[in-house]
Write a protein that binds this ligand. Sequence first.
Ligand SMILES: [Zn+2]
Length: 300
Amino acid sequence: MKIPFRNVVAHLFSCYLILNGKLKILKRRCEKGEIILSVYFHNPSKKLFTKCVKWFIKNGYHFISTDDLQRILIQQLEFPKSAVIMTIDDGWKENKENIFSVVEKYSIPISLFVTTQPIEKQERFWWTIIAKSNKDIINNKKIEELKIVPNEVRIRKVMDNKYLSNAGRDALTFDELMEISDMNNVSIGSHTVTHPILPMCNDNDAEFEIYESKSKLEKWLNRPITHFAYPNGDYTKRECAFLRKAGYSMAFTTNPIYLENTSNVDLFQIPRFGVVDNIPFTENLCRMTGIWYERKNFKK
Ligand SMILES: [Zn+2]
């Protein structure tokens, strides 16, 4: 198997960060209760997800739920030492085996943010329609271009390409979601109806995505849905206001900064570090512990 050049460079750079003591410093800050690690996944392999979980356990971390996090941030609970919060975005069909079998085995709390329409209609996510319509080559450039156009333009483009993509589903089935939501320690949150780029939507569409996904999940699961994750991590003050109005109490971004023990953490802008599928574990280790991004912060 050919290993991409960027992976070799990223692995070497990650080793440099680790050997340089960055990981040790971070670990000490977590042990002192200065930071909670906040991590999100999309569609990791079982091997990658297990490796991440085992690394946290081996290094003395304990897992906290999103409910616990909220209570910590409103100062009902003490800021914990060596804590990590794990979340998953989208609701990929592979998650059931690759993530939730592991979650069950290790009894760890986790939150899954789902996009309701691909589950309900058993459709592909819009970006895989774009990818699959390009002869199965993931055309990241085309996908990225569609993230910065008005929502109606993106929808039209996706509809144009729909018939070109292979039939099939990307998301969990409704029954799988029910099964997962019944598991101990699992909480479900909203990730909109269709996974649009919210700031590219007009007011009506953005509000619909935020309200409708909440009410649909509440009807399906018969429990309040109060947590949200911004699709693609994109949001403005408008989305925060819509979420508050709709009755959400907390929202997760993809801002790769530390969740620090300060009193000014905005409940609608919770930061998270992303674990990326198909990159070296050393790089993911640096990403999920935030030391990968410190380099950027130093530059500023
Ligand atoms: Zn997403």
